[in-house]
Each structure stands twice: as structure tokens, then as C-alpha cells.
Design a protein around this ligand. Structure first.
Ligand SMILES: Cc1cc2nc3c(=O)[nH]c(=O)nc-3n(C[C@H](O)[C@H](O)[C@H](O)COP(=O)(O)O)c2cc1C
Length: 322
């Protein structure tokens, strides 16, 4: 299947694994890329630019296919040294960067000068148009269903994707709620050039996270995500559980007086404990509604081949017959 995204990134299948904190290590990125998709290392999971350089080198050792690095610009008290992370990416020979969070304009000149392709993750049409205007090569359009930060507009992908298709000229992928061949065909029908998946890729053999995390995803249904940090306008979709309920209770108690300091224990420093140690109730962690469609833990190759086979079947059989 050739689309503007497979052409732009030089990949076989129009399937991207989005950056995920403490999930997007070299093992997962390489497995996705080796299976013909685009794997992504999460830049800021690496504590220093030197650590990122090392992670990129490890990924090159595991695949000779293209892979990306995610650079997330989120509100944080001490901003990371972004120029140094960008340098590690360029010096490491990475050709694709996924940016997310704030406007990536400050890092674009360095990346563009080095010939790196940039795909910016956006939760609205207006931000997608801004990304196009400042010179991003593609966008990843994240609907309300998504795991992580869906923004504050609450527009699901059945509306957001065709709206993006109507307005954008650059290629875009559908992100949020994507999990199988049906999602891929639907995304293409709505105007996207491929799909980006987060949550689905956590429940794979190669995702280097604790088995308890994968099992929690298999056990959960589409009813088991919650939105937290809404009052702070930093909304995150997370898996429900004891930690999520603790946090929501604090949000209800404090109402408009809530500050980040009130909930810091539930949200800061949680990812290594959840993903690496399997302490799934030590705090809140991102998870998309697509969790309701996850009931096994395949290898990345099995997953991607299954998605492509199901998509081919839908297009060539079911839709062709009607
Ligand atoms: C556990 C987890 C951690 C994530 N961490 C990041 C991150 O650090 N940076 C980022 O840009 N997106 C992050 N995301 C968002 C994903 O890249 C992707 O956009 C999202 O998961 C897509 O929605 P889906 O989960 O429905 O597939 C994360 C998602 C999950 C589930």
C-alpha cells in the first residue's frame, strides 16, 4: 500500500508508532521499523542528549530501516536542553522527527537544514494548519479518543480527520483510536494517509515494558479510560484504576483551586515505576480508548501484518462487493 506517508518516510506500510514515554525505547522502535512501519524512540525518556545518542546507536544496531525520534515540548519546570537533543538526533543520522506539545518552530531550522523530515502531532485543525505554515512535512492528527494529551477541543476522529483533509495540503496520519485493519481503512476513507498508534503498540511482545502493563491493557475495556488534569487545561487520557480515582477525587475536592502541586505525586516520575517495575497503581499513565480493541500481545510483525491483511481484505472483498 503506497500513500504520501509511505513515500515521504520511505517505509513499506503506512503505520507509525508514536513516541511514548518509557515505552519508546530502541527495542520497540526497531521492531516496528523492521516490520515495515515507522518506529519511534521517545527522546525525553533519555535523561541526557548523550543517552539519546546512545539509544539511537542501539536502534541502528537493531535495524537498517528508517526510524524516528519523538521530541515532546510540554510544560515543565526545567526545560530540557532541546538544541542538544536536536544535535544528538542529527549527528545520529536520524532522518525523521515527530514533534509534539508546543509549537516546534524553534527547532525547525536546525532539523530542516540537516534534511530531517518533521511530523508534528496536533489535536486540532488550526494547529495542523499552523504546522503546515511553519514548514512541517506532515502532521499526525490526534483525535479525542487518543491516549496521552487530546487537547481541550474534544473532537473525535470521525469529525477531526475529514476536517483536516478539507484544509490541509501536506500529508497527515490519523492518530487516536487506531488499532486494526478496520481503523486503517476508515482513516484512509476519512482522508488520512496512514495511521499512528500508541496504546496498541504497548501490548506487543517487543515493547520493553513490564508484563503487568500489557496485561492491564488486555484486561481493560473501552470504558476504562478517564480524563485527568482537565481543570489545569493539561488534559490527559489515562487508564482508570486506584491511582486515577485518587487523583480525580482530589480534583473534585479542590475544584477551581487545584494546582499542579496538589497532584504532583500522582503524575510526576510515575512512568519508570509503571512501565519498568510494573507498579501500575503507583500513579496515572496514558492509555487510549482503543484499549477496548486490544485482547492479545502479538509481535510487532504479527500486528502490522494482521492490520495490512485485514485492510486488504476489507478493501478488496467487503467494499468491492458492495
Ligand atoms: C503510555 C503512553 C505514553 C505516551 N507518551 C507520549 C510522549 O511522551 N510524547 C508524545 O508526543 N506522545 C505520547 N503519547 C501519545 C502517543 O504518541 C500517541 O499519539 C497516542 O497514543 C495515540 O493514541 P492511541 O493511544 O489511541 O493510539 C503517549 C501515549 C501513551 C499511551
Amino acid at each position: 500500500m503506497k500513500t504520501r506517508i509511505t513515500e515521504l518516510f520511505g517505509i513499506e506500510h503506512p503505520i507509525i508508532q508514536g513516541g511514548m514515554h518509557y515505552v519508546g525505547f530502541a527495542e520497540l522502535a526497531a521492531a516496528v521499523s523492521n516490520a515495515g512501519g515507522l518506529g519511534t524512540i521517545t527522546g525525553l525518556t533519555q535523561k541526557t542528549p548523550a543517552d539519546l545518542a546512545n539509544e539511537i546507536a542501539r536502534c541502528h544496531d537493531m535495524t537498517d530501516k528508517p526510524f524516528a525520534v519523538n521530541l515532546t515540548f510540554l510544560p515543565s519546570l526545567a526545560a530540557p536542553d532541546y538544541p542538544a537533543y536536536v544535535k544528538a538526533i542529527i549527528d545520529g543520522g536520524v532522518r525523521i522527527v515527530e514533534t509534539a506539545g508546543r509549537n516546534p518552530e524553534p527547532v525547525l531550522p536546525a532539523l530542516k537544514d540537516a534534511g530531517v523530515k518533521v511530523i508534528h502531532k496536533c489535536t486540532s485543525v488550526r494547529h495542523s494548519l499552523k504546522a503546515q505554515a511553519i514548514g512541517c512535512d506532515a502532521v499526525s492528527v490526534d483525535g479525542f479518543e487518543c491516549g496521552g494529551h487530546p487537547g481541550e477541543d474534544d473532537i473525535p476522529n470521525f469529525i477531526l480527520l475529514p476536517r483536516a483533509a478539507d484544509e490541509l495540503e501536506i500529508p497527515f496520519v490519523a492518530s487516536g483510536g487506531m488499532g486494526d485493519g478496520r481503523s486503517l481503512v476508515a482513516a484512509l476513507a476519512l482522508g488520512a494517509d496512514g495511521i499512528n498508534m500508541g496504546t496498541r503498540f504497548i501490548a506487543t511482545q517487543e515493547a520493553p515494558v513490564h508484563d503487568k502493563v500489557k496485561q492491564a491493557l488486555v484486561d481493560a475495556s473501552e470504558l476504562d479510560t478517564r480524563l485527568v488534569m482537565r481543570p489545569l487545561r493539561n488534559t490527559e487520557r489515562v487508564l482508570d484504576g486506584a491511582a486515577t480515582q485518587r487523583l480525580l477525587e482530589k480534583e473534585r475536592e479542590l475544584g477551581a483551586d487545584l494546582t499542579i502541586d496538589d497532584i504532583i505525586d500522582e503524575v510526576a516520575g510515575v512512568y519508570p515505576r509503571v512501565m519498568l517495575d510494573g507498579e501500575t497503581e503507583s500513579g496515572v499513565w496514558s492509555c487510549g480508548m482503543v484499549v477496548g480493541l486490544i485482547d492479545d500481545i502479538p509481535s510487532c510483525r504479527e500486528l502490522i501484518e494482521r492490520i495490512m491483511a485485514q485492510a486488504d481484505d476489507i478493501i478488496g472483498e467487503r467494499l468491492a462487493r458492495s
